[in-house]
Design a protein around this ligand. Structure first.
Ligand SMILES: Cc1cc2nc3c(=O)[nH]c(=O)nc-3n(C[C@H](O)[C@H](O)[C@H](O)COP(=O)(O)OP(=O)(O)OC[C@H]3O[C@@H](n4cnc5c(N)ncnc54)[C@H](O)[C@@H]3O)c2cc1C
Length: 489
């Protein structure tokens, strides 16, 4: 029987198949429609799995297909979702998808900006593989591919250590590491991928391989920044670091002070010690502007930071305190305030710039004045310190130029009639802020495709990545990602 909710799903399937959503989003990889798969084949797959197979008729399908940036341009209707409970499940899922010619989406935390954790083909959902083991003597963490950043920070804290992961607790650790990874501790300890020591990988031909510096150094290099391209990482090992308490939290300012705060934030970050990272968020509504910070090290450095933040404009509110790093790492990101009801739709645009000049500041102030009330504009991951002291070609993640910064505009809405307005706002913002030349894109923040394609994402590493991809995934089985196309034979 076709239930009303099932009918809605089918109607949406027709819309996705016929619409230009994906072309408009510049994604270009989503398949046109759900494939018809022999039900017996699906039953056999279901019976062989330790985890769960979710298909459109199952309870929970609507929730299982949803990713964080869910909107009319990213939503998909997977033919099947495999909730993997073991490495074998991953291998079976890859093998099944290839045999039935289904596009594969690999999902850990589901936070990719372009919804890469979804597909109309087969979704390999790694969330159940969320185990975490900390080795305090060797100062490493071993974790399953579904472990999230906040949970790893909490597990490491029990041993007095910290992981190098992103600034949002809900982001998948593998998702952030495999794309490079920039977080609160980038100035002190480098990019997330710089702490990656090894991984287990299910390849396009369903083999399982161990990747580390001794056994597969080329693949380890590729996993450190372009890692979604070479297979499904099922578990990983990463270095942990000792760190005392950090000064963390938010300092708020009035919207009217936007220009002064932007200039002051730039001055703060251009002279920042390695031990400081800060993010500036600008909202047109009652939340106003706020600088979120993480300062480790001695109290004198913290006092200098606080003094600067108190003089760039008059703070309207301060909520900073010394705390264990794990407390800060578990705080919901600014783009995902925990107190508000979840919106139906979310979208984001990001642009990477080499520096913040006065023209950029002027555009941001102007855009803030025009923004819809739910909009958050932001400046994140100001590049300095340890992350910039690693050679751009030492790992696949190349964007290590000091003083470069990531700009973003995030919006949420629930009324589908507002979709066009939200997308137009984001596109206008992007058009104004994209650099005219030498455009670069950070894989984890990719929201559009540059004319240079993957070369804009991987810079001087692109040619080496094409060679590696051609060896390990010549058919481009893993392409719902910052994709490196294999060479044509
Ligand atoms: C609220 C929010 C905050 C963020 N904060 C930061 C931040 O502080 N620093 C930062 O650098 N980035 C940040 N990001 C971006 C984030 O790092 C990327 O979107 C990242 O790729 C998300 O990983 P995920 O596992 O959650 O997402 P998913 O959508 O599940 O995966 C992202 C991509 O990685 C691939 N992938 C994931 N896991 C695997 C695996 N095990 N094997 C193979 N491929 C895999 C997926 O196929 C997909 O292409 C943030 C994003 C959001 C939404």
């Amino acid at each position: 029987m076709t239930t009303p909710s099932r009918r809605r799903v089918l109607r949406r399937a027709a819309a996705v198949a016929g619409g230009g959503f994906f072309a408009a989003a510049g994604v270009g990889h989503a398949v046109a429609r759900q494939a018809r798969i022999d039900p017996d084949a699906l039953s056999r797959l279901r019976g062989a799995l330790a985890g769960r197979l979710v298909v459109p008729d199952d309870d929970g399908y609507a929730a299982a297909r949803r990713v964080f940036y869910w909107n009319p341009r990213t939503e998909t209707l997977p033919t099947a979702i495999v909730r993997c409970a073991s490495e074998d499940d991953v291998a079976r899922a890859v093998e099944f998808a290839r045999r039935h010619d289904l596009e594969i989406a690999v999902r850990a935390g589901g936070h990719a900006h372009l919804g890469w954790g979804g597909s109309n083909g087969l979704v390999i959902d790694l969330a159940p593989l969320a185990w975490i083991t900390v080795d305090p003597l060797r100062r490493v963490v071993h974790a399953g591919a579904g472990a999230l950043g906040g949970a790893i920070a909490r597990a490491a804290a029990a041993a007095g250590l910290v992981p190098v992961l992103g600034q949002c607790p809900g982001v998948g650790a593998t998702g952030v590491i495999l794309g490079g990874g920039l977080g609160w501790l980038a100035g002190s300890f480098g990019a997330c991928c710089d702490s990656l020591l090894g991984a287990r990988l299910v390849t396009a031909d369903s083999r399982t391989v161990t990747v580390d510096g001794g056994r597969a150094p080329d693949l380890l290099w590729g996993l450190r920044g372009a890692g979604a391209n070479f297979g499904v990482t099922t578990s990983f090992t990463a270095r942990l670091h000792p760190l005392g308490r950090v000064l963390g939290g938010d300092i708020h300012y009035a919207v009217a002070d936007a220009r002064a705060v932007l200039r002051g934030f730039r001055a703060l970050m251009e002279s920042a010690p390695d031990s400081l990272q800060a993010t500036l968020n600008l909202t047109p509504g009652p939340r106003g502007l706020f600088v979120s910070l993480c300062q480790s090290g001695d109290e004198a450095a913290a006092e200098r930071t606080l003094h600067m933040l108190r003089t760039i404009a008059r703070p309207t509110r301060e909520a900073v305190r010394w705390q264990p790093y794990a407390d800060l790492a578990e705080k919901a990101a600014a783009t995902n305030p925990g107190d508000a009801p979840a919106p139906a739709w979310r979208a984001i645009e990001t642009v990477y710039r080499d520096s913040i000049d006065d023209e950029i500041i002027g555009i941001i102030v102007d855009q803030l004045g025009r923004a819809t009330p739910d909009t958050i504009l932001g400046l994140s991951h100001f590049m300095h310190g340890a992350v910039c002291r690693v050679e751009p070609t030492a790992t696949a993640f190349p964007h290590r130029r000091a003083h470069s910064v990531h700009l973003r505009l995030a919006t949420t809405w629930s009324d589908p009639r507002h979709s066009d307005e939200r997308f137009a706002q984001g596109e206008e913002w992007r058009r104004l802020l994209r650099p005219a030349a030498d455009e670069r894109i950070y894989a984890n923040y990719q929201t559009y495709v540059a004319p240079a394609g993957a070369a804009a994402v991987f810079g001087d590493n692109h040619a080496r990545l094409v060679a590696l991809k051609t060896i390990h995934d010549p058919d481009n089985t893993f392409r719902r990602n910052a994709n490196v196309a294999p060479a044509r034979g």
